[in-house]
Design a protein around this ligand. Structure first.
Ligand SMILES: [Zn+2]
Length: 410
């Protein structure tokens, strides 16, 4: 039976969102947390963008060192040969790529404005896929941007041609969140049956249905005989109204009525890491988690009304579908409350040693402490906020990788 895998796109769709961004160290921590959680793949950034180069190389190195263990690190570029060439020039050891091009009539007319025909789009895509293989890519996904507004016959032709050139997966992008669960089910099933490769579902929340359409699309792909890869972001952060939320999607797949009897997550996803990654993304993006967010919102397990409180005390299952422990809630906060001595861009070695000492990190010499502190200061300049324990530990443990992440040379 085909399965459902998760591809997190926080480090691409999330960071390209208006008014939001992450430092390179923060993006790295997101990858590390996704890996700990057992997520299949992270779309970890933009290989043709110069300020991403050191970050992308450093993360590929972390994977080679075994610090990032199972997570696939995949770069996102346009489906044109020039982008493939640049990507492998800047990040030579890149293994996984997704190539994106618009396929809808709206985009062909409205975006390309007559410069590209439907055939041009397919030709550019296939040349880019061929180039990616020639450069030694291990997997090459092909993205149909605005697929939900693309006429199905053309989309099928696009997918079949991608498959003929060896594409590993076809990403069906509901770029504007236009689909509903009924329409995406039919389309995903048709794509799986006719194109005959695994289908990615990339859904947005403009109509409030990103998780629902993702599930329905996954069901369509599996009913059509193919694995489904749902694109998610941490806390649903993404363009406009956002993407399918990572935690809500896992909950919906595993806990909704009867779904998991037939449609199962592949690999081993550890839901108890949900709390940690959601809190971290909220802190690093500086975007609070809505109180009613599934699983991780502050009200997700709060009961006040008499009937509900009484019911949940008698048996939690009266008013809860899942327990708070399952999400890893209740761990210490990322940032100290009460008295704080934080490590920042103007910290001194004494305060810094105090902070690190609390985490049982001891330095061999004052020089070593000074050197790590220097890196912490730079990280703080980029993040504009006190670093969390895991970030400080990362810098202390992998100072050379941290130095590379923090180096931005225009
Ligand atoms: Zn998107």
């Amino acid at each position: 039976m085909p399965k459902i895998y998760l591809i997190d796109v926080t480090n691409r769709d999330g960071v390209q969102t208006a008014k939001l961004g992450l430092s390179k160290l923060e993006k790295t921590m997101v990858n590390i947390y996704l890996d700990e959680m057992g997520i299949f793949q992270s779309e970890f950034g933009f290989p043709t963008t110069r300020h991403e180069t050191n970050y992308l190389q450093a993360n590929v190195e972390l994977a080679e060192m075994g610090v990032i263990k199972n997570l696939h690190l995949e770069g996102w570029i346009r489906a044109i040969v020039a982008d493939v060439e640049t990507a492998f020039k800047l990040v030579p050891r890149l293994k996984h790529l997704n190539l994106s091009i618009s396929t809808s009539e709206q985009m062909i007319q409205g975006k390309f404005q007559g410069r590209k025909t439907r055939d041009d789009i397919i030709n550019e895509m296939t040349r880019a896929v061929d180039a990616a293989w020639a450069h030694g890519a291990e997997t090459v996904g092909v993205n149909a941007e605005d697929a939900s507004r693309t006429d199905l016959d053309y989309l099928l032709k696009f997918g079949v041609t991608a498959k003929e050139h060896g594409a590993s997966r076809l990403r069906y992008c509901d770029t504007l969140g236009y689909d509903n669960p009924f329409t995406i089910y039919e389309t995903a099933k048709a794509l799986a049956e006719e194109v005959n490769i695994p289908i990615e579902l990339h859904c947005h929340g403009d109509l409030g249905m990103a998780v629902a359409t993702s599930l329905a699309g996954a069901k369509g792909a599996i009913d059509g005989g193919q694995d489904a890869y749902i694109n998610v972001t941490v806390n649903g952060i993404g363009e406009r109204a956002g993407n399918a939320d990572l935690v809500a999607t896992i909950l919906a797949v595993t806990k909704s009525k009867g779904f998991a009897e037939k449609y199962k997550l592949g690999g081993s996803v550890d839901l108890t890491k949900a709390w940690k990654i959601a809190k971290y993304a909220s802190y690093s993006f500086d975007v609070p988690i809505p109180i009613n967010q599934p699983g991780v919102g502050s009200n997700a397990f709060a009961h006040e009304s008499g009937i509900h409180a009484d019911g949940v005390l008698k048996d939690p299952e009266n008013y809860e579908l899942y327990g708070f422990e399952e999400l890893g809630r209740g761990e210490p906060e990322l940032v100290d409350t009460g008295r704080q001595i934080s490590a920042g861009e103007y910290s001194g070695v004494s305060g810094f040693s105090h902070v690190m000492g609390k985490m049982e990190v001891k330095f061999a010499s004052k020089e070593e402490a000074q050197e790590i502190l220097e890196l912490v200061r730079y990280a703080n300049v980029q993040a504009h906020k006190p670093l969390v324990e895991q970030e400080l530990l990362f810098i202390a443990k992998y100072p050379e990788v941290a130095r590379k992440l923090l180096t931005l040379v225009p």
